[in-house]
Ligand binder design. Structure first.
Ligand code: FAD
Ligand code: SF4
Ligand code: SF4
Ligand code: SF4
Length: 382
């Protein structure tokens, strides 16, 4: 076996190694937590070590400081409301499609609520890719497709987690001028298997299929509120169960093991041209600029990033900011890991008692908590 995998924390599951291996020696299997890991067929592997050379968990990281930092948002309020933060992803992607007829690689939920990469070349197809999906997205075959696009002279924009962005950077090193790489501040990615089980649980409970899942509904403004739309017309963002995934995500108990030792979360260890995020804490520093519907943080790392920021500037409002301000409410941009003291207990509970128990206990949906919430709501109405 050629690839370096001594423990689970070492693999971020980007799947770049599978795409780069010309001998089809790498496949992926899920472990019992539902995270995928590479398997190498020793009969096919010729020990060329190419998979190791491009692995974002093995490459050397050269630290670099941000060139520019902005607080920003889209000028279109409707787009902000459909986006997690200030709608900067849409402004950038629209500019790439308009100016370069480029291909944008971004993530949507498919009909079964599985987060998957999609290649978009029309502005209207960006709609389903707006909004954060708080689960690990499958990057299968995107590296191959990006390389093919670059070979055919197509300009590419990639957006993804910092580790996926690092893999894209490494694989496209020879075509730097034809690709814009964007990442975001990354809290970590939860288990796709657990998310699917949560979706199944909610569908069963509501006796209806989920047709839209919004991890960052703006119905009550800019915060973390989840909104589920069912085939029968029901929309749920108020029940305790509708917020269970948010609570499980924020508990850090079901993140991928590599996220607890992330190599890329510090702001000087990025390999993207631009990092975007929520500008949490903006009211402490730019109160006059801040907007109730959502605010983005934009951090520029390269000349190319600067260039594309200028090109999209007609679509956004922005002001200059400072690194000290934007790391204030962002532990994962200061390099701190997504620590969880209860992770082992969480997975033991899951294995022994199943997803229903997990949803109630870690999603904060026990009868006691639901009764408390109900009384609070009633009192609030009096
Ligand atoms: C798993 C995850 C963790 C995050 N953690 C933080 C954090 O700790 N702090 C913070 O400030 N911001 C975090 N973000 C980023 C933030 O939620 C917004 O996505 C970002 O600010 C962009 O918002 P926007 O309004 O410009 O665009 P949006 O329209 O919200 O665009 C979101 C973009 O992210 C891409 N995307 C969505 N889900 C995934 C996924 N699972 N994997 C790869 N790409 C995806 C979509 O393709 C889209 O391009 C996180 C995002 C994700 C997906
Ligand atoms: S981090 Fe990515 S490239 Fe490295 S072994 Fe894991 S899936 Fe493969
Ligand atoms: S060493 Fe080469 S042949 Fe073997 S799995 Fe890696 S890329 Fe494929
Ligand atoms: S926390 Fe780090 S390892 Fe985990 S998905 Fe984000 S960038 Fe990758």
């Amino acid at each position: 076996m050629s690839i370096y995998l001594e423990k689970k924390e070492k693999c971020c599951g980007c799947k770049a190694c599978q795409d780069i291996c010309s001998f089809n020696a790498i496949s992926f299997n899920c472990d019992d937590e539902g995270f995928w890991y590479p398997n190498i067929d020793e009969n096919k592997c010729v020990e060329c070590k190419l998979c190791e050379k491009i692995c974002p968990q093995l490459i050397k990281i050269e630290e670099k400081k941000p060139l520019e930092i902005y607080a920003a948002r889209n000028i279109n309020e409707q787009i902000i409301n459909q986006s997690s933060s200030g709608g900067i992803f849409t402004a950038l992607a629209t500019t790439i499609i308009n100016e370069k007829k480029g291909h944008v690689y971004c993530v949507e939920y498919d009909n079964n609520m599985v987060a998957k990469y999609k290649c978009v070349d029309k502005i209207e197809d960006l709609n389903s890719c707006r909004g954060s999906k708080y689960v690990q997205a499958d990057a299968k075959e995107i590296y191959k497709n990006i390389l093919e696009d670059l070979k055919n002279g197509i300009f590419v924009m990639f957006i993804g987690t910092p580790c996926q962005a690092a893999a894209v950077r490494e694989i496209t090193k020879n075509n730097e001028e034809k690709i814009l790489i964007v990442d975001f501040i990354c809290h970590g990615v939860p288990s796709p298997k657990l998310f699917k089980e949560y979706i199944d649980y909610m569908q069963k409970k509501n006796r209806s299929k989920i047709v839209k899942y919004n991890n960052r509904s703006k119905i009550e403004g800019w915060k973390h509120l989840e909104e589920l739309t069912f085939e029968n017309g029901k929309v749920d963002y108020t029940s305790s169960f509708s917020q269970a995934w948010r609570n499980i995500f924020n508990s850090h108990n079901c993140l991928r093991p590599s996220c607890y030792e992330c190599r890329y979360n510090h702001y000087e260890k990025r390999r993207a041209d631009i990092t975007i995020a929520d500008y949490w804490g903006i009211d402490n520093f730019h109160k006059d600029f801040s907007n109730d519907a959502g605010n983005s943080l934009v951090v520029i790392y390269t000349k190319k990033g600067e260039e594309w920021f200028k090109k999209m500037s007609k679509q956004i409002l922005y002001i200059s900011s400072e690194i000290e301000y934007c790391i204030f409410r962002q532990p994962h941009f200061r390099g701190e890991s997504a620590v969880s003291l209860n992770r082992d207990e969480f997975w033991v509970d899951y294995k022994r008692k199943g997803v229903d128990f997990i949803i109630k206990k870690y999603g904060k949906c026990t009868l006691k908590l639901r009764t408390k919430k109900f009384i609070k709501r009633k009192l609030g109405r009096i």
